[in-house]
Design a protein around this ligand. Structure first.
Ligand code: SF4
Length: 256
């Protein structure tokens, strides 16, 4: 397994080609010198979430970020870069940005100008969904991808290691209220394992209660923060996806 990857070094990065998103132009609204996240997932491709430490880099506010995004979008449009979607993700948890709604609205306006057929999506660890401003911003996105790797408080704390004062069941209750969401569930084995039978049974039940539009099932494909984490064979991922759909009727797709 390769090592973890460096942080994104710009506000607009990519496009990244993936089976899940096609050509995805990434938007990083967070610093470039350190990760800012409400989770500390053991499998994070960027390594552990560490304190900002000596970094003096300040969070850029929406006007500065949108000015940079406008320049980058115009450059990609002029170059004919293929863009299927624009995804807020980057160096941590985008919903922590205080100007998220302004950013989403501004990015959609720039999208209309430069890549009218592209959707605007957001990847989130779901820890902030209780905040009205975050729910408002999520509602403005064309697509919402919420992390859901664990089915109980203990597994969530072990795998995703939330760094904010949120309780698992409260987060699940808020997820149930969000319309038209896609859950992303990463499965792993080795030093951390969420593929055991009792956990899978609980995960199917929890996803069935949340009733997302669909679920993306996947595994690690890069280095991880914690050592000893192993990827899950594709057949096992497919069996998990099939079991979810058979039991709940919710579409589930395996990506690698
Ligand atoms: S939520 Fe994403 S960025 Fe944050 S620690 Fe987990 S995998 Fe890394």
């Amino acid at each position: 397994m390769p090592s973890t990857i460096p942080l994104q070094d710009a506000t607009v990065y990519g496009p990244i080609r993936s089976r899940r998103f096609g050509h995805s132009l990434g938007i990083n609204v967070l610093p470039v010198s350190h990760k800012v996240c409400s989770s500390n997932c053991v499998y994070c491709q960027y390594g552990w979430t560490l304190p900002g430490g000596a970094s003096t880099e300040r969070l850029k506010r929406a006007p500065a970020l949108l000015a940079e995004i406008a320049v980058a979008f115009a450059r990609h449009a002029a170059a004919g870069t293929p863009v299927d979607c624009i995804t807020l993700a980057g160096n941590g948890e985008p919903t922590l940005h205080p100007d998220l709604l302004e950013l989403v609205v501004g990015i959609k306006r720039l999208r209309d100008r430069c890549f009218p057929s592209a959707s605007v999506g957001i990847l989130s660890d779901a820890t902030q969904v209780a905040h009205p401003a975050v729910r408002q911003a999520l509602a403005q996105c064309d697509a919402r991808y919420l992390k859901f790797d664990a089915a109980d408080e203990a597994t969530w704390r072990r795998i995703n290691q939330p760094l904010v004062a949120v309780e698992f069941q409260a987060m699940v209750a808020w997820l149930k209220t969000l319309p038209d969401i896609v859950l992303q569930s990463l499965f792993m084995q080795g030093s951390y394992d969420n593929t055991g039978e009792p956990h899978l049974r609980a995960w199917v039940a929890a996803v069935g209660e949340i009733r997302p539009r669909s679920v993306q099932v996947y595994t690690i494909d890069r280095g991880t923060a914690a050592p000893g984490i192993l990827e899950v064979p594709r057949e096992t991922l497919q069996a998990i996806a099939d079991r979810l759909t058979a039991s709940t009727g919710i579409p589930a797709e395996v990506f690698d």
